[in-house]
Design a binder for this molecule. Structure first.
Ligand SMILES: [Fe+2]
Ligand SMILES: [Fe+2]
Length: 326
């Protein structure tokens, strides 16, 4: 297992003790007690850090400069993963670019899982970053869309965890990765279809739709080679099913309702919101209000109603995220 590098921002002795145990196992845990020291520490070795854990702990110190610095300067989209524990109900940290906000301190078991995540042993992060670069080389518009979809999905999954039990920090991190790669199948679609500025013919649309299966098969093959990795099965499901619709009229398999994996239902909302609010080769970006109207009325039946309510009720968060990604 690859040893992790973790930056912990906390003044709570109990929390520090939990993380010191990981340090004693061989992981590198740097404990920082204030934001300016954290910014200085990260400035030197940002890209080697796997996890930034910010424990707000009733401190009035503003941690936004730290999160903004990470999002601005990090080369990898996967690392560092930013976990914030902050009990303020407005989810401030999501708006400024944290990956997940927990309103109370997570279980020790949950932290243990994310620290000991097996993806490191396969060097999956390197494979994932490589795959993300392939998308960038193929088409910058698709690459930006994948990055935005990951950030929006990550925030929606974070809200989901605040309202519904049963999901872990590791699940959340894996979902963010899967969302980043949801359109990886487009790497195999010809540029003439991908960048066409006018309406696609039926044949071209059939080719475009095949990106779901092409991406899904890629991860299914990896799963056969490396069985037991939840990350790979989650990537496969998100690639296959992010264009399914809750009413059963989507593709590739016409899955319906809860038959569509939860992760694909989350990514579906992020995917459409980002697509509508971004310029496309065939049209200009819609305003946020227009996008929300389209998602509510023209796309009726598309989304899981429970998740869509969560999305609409917190639309200010997603708008902030999108503004920051521009
Ligand atoms: Fe897609
Ligand atoms: Fe997409």
């Amino acid at each position: 297992m690859k040893l992790k590098k973790i930056l912990l921002l906390s003044r709570d002795p109990d929390i520090i003790r939990i993380f010191k145990a990981f340090h004693n196992e061989g992981h590198t845990v740097t404990v920082i007690k204030n934001i300016s020291s954290a910014c200085k520490a990260l400035d030197k070795f940002l890209d080697s850090i796997d996890l930034v854990f910010i424990h707000q702990n009733n401190s009035k110190e503003d941690y936004s400069p730290l999160i903004q610095m990470i999002n601005k300067r990090s080369i990898s989209f996967i690392n560092p993963h930013i976990v914030v524990v902050d009990n303020r109900k407005d989810n401030f940290a999501l708006k400024i670019g944290a990956d997940i906000v927990c309103h109370r301190f997570p279980d020790e078991k949950d932290i243990d899982l994310i620290i000991h995540d097996d993806r490191s042993s396969l060097n999956l992060n390197a494979i994932i970053n490589h795959a993300a670069s392939m998308i960038r080389i193929k088409d910058t518009q698709t690459a930006e869309h994948c990055r935005n979809t990951a950030k929006i999905s990550s925030a929606l999954a974070s809200l989901y965890m605040q309202y519904f039990e049963g999901k872990s920090l590791l699940w959340h991190q894996n979902l963010k990765t899967a969302a980043l790669l949801h359109d990886i199948g487009k790497v195999l679609i010809s540029e003439s279809v991908l960048r066409k500025s006018s309406r696609l013919t039926d044949d071209e649309f059939r080719i475009m739709k095949s990106h779901t299966k092409l991406g899904g098969e890629l991860f299914k093959n990896m799963m056969n080679a490396y069985p037991g990795f939840e990350l790979l099965s989650l990537c496969a499901e998100v690639c296959f099913y992010h264009h399914e619709r809750f009413d059963g009229t989507g593709y590739p398999d016409g899955l319906k309702g809860d038959g569509i994996p939860l992760e694909a239902r989350i990514v579906a909302i992020a995917d459409v919101f980002d697509a509508l609010t971004s310029d496309r080769y065939y049209r200009n970006a819609r305003t946020f209000d227009e996008a929300l109207q389209i998602m509510r009325y023209e796309e009726e039946g598309h989304f899981d109603p429970k998740l869509f309510d969560l999305f609409v009720n917190n639309s200010d968060i997603f708008i902030q995220i999108k503004l920051q990604m521009k």
